[in-house]
Design a protein around this ligand. Structure first.
Ligand SMILES: [Zn+2]
Ligand SMILES: [Zn+2]
Length: 870
């Protein structure tokens, strides 16, 4: 048995302070307290679990998930044997936008190896059930591998998974503590870290051994480059003087107190970039099958009660004597499967090559080793590693029966098929506003390997049992022609597109040559709560000029979206981003920041440009998270020049010289006249921002908020307002409860502001393809889609896109309207019932059960179920 190191549940004072002061006075977790019923439906096997994030009433104890129950039953059972079906399946193939991750399935357990940003989005799209995930293995403490873990943990918590065990580097414990800064308390899910020092883990499926591999650090050259990942090496920026909360403009003492607990005000760094953990997974043996026909031939009492004990003994490999005749197990049973082994190894850079190649435990699974050779070795290694002679020779030391699966940037596969599909269809409406998605192709050449090997593709399977074989049937296809055909078949779609084109032709003539290229807004994520297949979470790129860009919010997977939007020019795009604004500390608005920073560092190095930190305008709590990550996981602080959001508010005093200098620099670099923030009505420390360019245009971004007068004031006469519209009209109560806006409320603020144009975004994931339109939509309002790209010259055309959009998504709109109809009918009935009740017992009416109840979720569930059957 293994023991587990329990992660301490105490909250850091600052984290506690942050989560405690949500405006509704209740603890807030993860994202924007948005419903995620749709996600849970696909991710959970427990269909009765209607829980969603941010439920107002205290939750009833969750019913134990079915698989947890069946596991308990198996434990009680006598005949424990290995699983009948086991396969390893690629989730992220290791491309730059979808880092390497591997899902392992058995009928008893599910595992995930590495969880970079976007992993849960892929799992949702491809229906890999997260609810069954209770073991996550991490090969290295790098953001590439853990970037999606915080979101995944929160989703598992919401799904009702009672416990998740994280195996790998011991720093995982610190990581789990650090994410509490923004996740809030995680009491509902038991999180345990099983560091590599706990060598073995066994469950119903297999035994997993953790093999620590320490880099061989060269004394002269640079230390190992943990950020280079499975990509080209990057230079590490010089470590600069670090920003600490005590430097902040924020006067709250809590952040200081927290720092003061560590000697000298600086926490002891526990990072270890020199460690990777390899995993050797050995399946339990599986007893042979009892062959009935043979048994009958040999005269065994098949079909009678006497056969039971005989079968049990034979399957256990014992000979039996029946009616004086000795019967050997091999006569009536297929042979026992001893249990194949597979190895998952990450070799991020050359410093790890030798330590991996000489590792004794790994070599036991090679030719001449003490164990049966591995059936599969999964290599999460860049081409630069595969090209070294030492690594090649190491691969060759496995026998020819060992298969090699390689996950790195040298892949050619489409992961986000649904995103490609919708973009292909939208592209028919307007090719510039909805540009085709791109692929990033690595510049590295493929290593010439001397052993047969397979390059990873999304959903490629390697089956370990019953039969060892590659399976390609799940690999998704991305048939552009089919997508186009499907759109063309939507009633009236093509006519509406023609109509729109006619208008564009006239408009182009009117504009002729006067259309400015900049500013340009690229919507990278337009959904709320958690990344889903069609809409990713918040991220808006504002290209101010040919050389300068500002990013407004950076939810998980924002870099992946950038990569798919810009393809091979993603490095140039990253190099232009000088400033990032994070509206608030909900995970759907900021957990993509670290990828962006690391990838930007790589981009600058690739382009031969000097490294410079990014100006980060964010709530002060951001620094608590970054400091903790920096101290215990990876160097990050040198990437940012922080400007706390509160000092950018109108009338705020900026006392720190450094902060003043940062503000001046960030304005100057982007030719901005003003960058202003204002507090909004969402959670504590939630801000909107306004950017005014020297040439006069003004762009306002709401972040998440209920209708907010301060925002309308700050953005008076703005050129463009990007406002959240999480919910449809009619869900005002829910919007208040969750501190969000409805469509009409968002438009109302835009009108009050007298904004020239209003773009709505941050839609609930229940409006996956398109939100519901409200009565007050007018020619100054547009709706955003992921990968939509607009310029100020597009304001006239944007409302013209709505008829073709309505035609394309007519079915979805119809279903949503039906749902709304049912909800309204229910509300009406309830109101009537209430009236009757009041008339009958006038004094008790106030406390009536149905009073002031929010619209119930099940109406939508019915709709969703129907959707599912279509
Ligand atoms: Zn949000
Ligand atoms: Zn939020």
């Amino acid at each position: 048995m293994f023991s587990m190191t329990k992660v301490s549940l105490h909250c850091k004072s600052i984290a506690w302070l942050f989560v405690r002061h949500t405006p509704t006075g209740r603890l807030q977790s993860f994202a924007c307290s948005e419903h995620i019923f749709q996600f849970l439906r696909t991710m959970s096997t427990n269909t009765t679990d209607n829980q969603h994030r941010g439920s107002k009433k205290p939750r009833a104890p969750k019913e134990t998930l079915r698989h947890v129950k069946s596991r308990e039953q198996r434990k009680r059972g006598v005949d424990v044997h290995g699983p009948a079906t086991v396969y390893a399946q690629v989730v992220g193939a290791g491309s730059r936008d979808n880092g390497a991750s591997l899902y392992v399935f058995s009928e008893f357990n599910r595992y995930l190896f590495n969880c970079g940003e976007g992993t849960q989005r892929l799992m949702q799209e491809h229906k890999l059930k997260a609810a069954r995930l209770d073991n996550i293995f991490l090969t290295r403490m790098s953001w590439e591998n853990v970037g999606g873990l915080s979101g995944m943990i929160l989703t598992l918590k919401d799904t009702g998974v009672p416990e998740v065990v994280l195996s790998g580097p011991p720093q995982l414990e610190k990581y789990v503590n650090a994410i509490r800064v923004f996740s809030g308390p995680l009491e509902e899910i038991k999180l345990a870290v099983r560091p590599y020092t706990e060598k073995q883990y066994t469950d119903d499926t297999m035994t997993v051994s953790q093999i620590p591999i320490f880099a061989q650090l060269r004394e002269d050259g640079p230390k190992c480059s943990p950020n280079s990942g499975r990509s080209s090496p990057s230079s590490s920026p010089q470590r600069r003087e670090l920003w600490r909360p005590e430097d902040s403009e924020d006067t709250s003492t809590d952040s200081r107190k927290e720092r003061a607990t560590s000697p000298g005000g600086k926490a002891k760094a526990t990072r270890d970039p020199s460690l990777v953990v390899a995993f050797i997974c050995k399946l339990h043996p599986k007893k042979g099958n009892f062959l009935v026909a043979q048994a009958k031939n040999l005269g065994l009492p098949v079909g009678t009660a006497a056969i039971g004990p005989l079968i049990a003994a034979l399957k256990d490999g014992k000979s039996v004597t029946y009616e004086g005749r000795e019967i050997h197990p091999e006569e009536v049973c297929t042979p026992t499967d001893p249990g194949p082994a597979f190895i998952v190894v990450e070799c991020p850079s050359e410093e790890f090559v030798q330590p991996i190649c000489i590792d004794q435990q790994l070599s036991r699974y090679q030719r001449g080793g003490t164990e049966d050779p591995a059936a599969l070795v999964v290599h999460m290694s860049p081409e630069s590693v595969l090209k070294t002679d030492e690594y090649k020779q190491w691969m060759e030391r496995f026998p020819s029966t060992t298969e090699h699966l390689i996950l790195n940037e040298q892949v050619c596969t489409v992961h986000n098929v649904r995103s490609h599909k919708i973009q292909t269809q939208l592209n028919l409406i307007h090719p510039e506003i909805f540009p085709e998605l791109q692929h990033y192709t690595t510049k590295e050449t493929q290593a010439a390997l001397h052993v047969p090997n397979v390059r990873a593709e999304c959903l490629l399977k390697f089956q370990l049992r019953p039969k060892i074989e590659w399976q390609r049937d799940a690999i998704p296809s991305c048939d552009t022609e089919e997508f186009v055909k499907e759109a063309a078949e939507a009633p009236n779609f093509l006519q509406e597109v023609e109509e729109c084109k006619r208008f564009r032709a006239i408009d182009a003539a009117v504009l002729s040559g006067r259309a400015e290229k900049y500013p340009e807004v690229v919507f990278l994520g337009t959904g709320s709560a958690l990344p889903m297949k069609i809409r990713n979470v918040s991220g808006n790129l504002v290209n101010i000029s040919a050389t300068q860009s500002v990013l407004l919010d950076c939810g998980e997977g924002t870099f992946g979206q950038l990569c798919r939007h810009y393809g091979d020019s993603v490095d140039e795009t990253l190099a232009k981003i000088s400033t990032v604004f994070i509206s608030h500390m909900h995970a759907d608005h900021h957990t993509g920041l670290l990828s962006l920073l690391f990838q930007r560092e790589r981009a600058l190095a690739t382009l031969g440009k000097a490294f410079s930190p990014i100006y980060l305008i964010a709530p002060v709590q951001m620094m608590t998270w970054l400091n903790q990550y920096h101290d215990h996981c990876e160097e990050i602080l040198s990437h940012v020049n922080i400007v706390p959001s509160n000092v950018m508010c109108e009338g705020a005093e900026v006392s720190k010289f450094k902060t003043k200098a940062f503000i001046q620099a960030l304005l100057k670099i982007s030719d901005l006249a003003k960058f202003q923030t204002c507090p909004v009505r969402h959670c504590k420390n939630a801000f909107a921002c306004s950017i005014t360019h020297q040439s006069g245009w003004q762009l306002v971004f709401s972040g998440d908020t209920m209708p907010c007068d301060a925002l309308a004031h700050m953005g008076k006469n703005a050129t463009l307002l990007i406002h959240e519209a999480t919910l449809e009209d009619g869900l005002e109560d829910e919007a208040v409860e969750k501190r969000h806006s409805t469509t009409s409320q968002a438009i109302g603020i835009g009108m009050k502001m007298n904004a020239e144009f209003i773009m709505l975004n941050h839609f609930s994931q229940r409006y996956a393809k398109i939100p519901l339109f409200s009565e007050d939509f007018n020619d100054r309002v547009g709706i955003s889609f992921d990968h939509m790209r607009i310029r100020f010259g597009d304001f006239r055309i944007l409302p013209r896109l709505i008829p073709p959009l309505k035609a394309l998504f007519a079915e979805e709109i119809g279903e949503m309207e039906e749902r709304r109809g049912r909800r309204e009918l229910k509300q009406m009935k309830e109101a009537i019932a209430e009236r009757k009740e009041e008339q009958r017992t006038p004094n008790e009416g106030e406390t009536g059960k149905g009073a002031k109840r929010e619209p119930e979720e099940p109406t939508q569930d019915v709709g969703s179920k129907r959707l599912k059957t279509n």
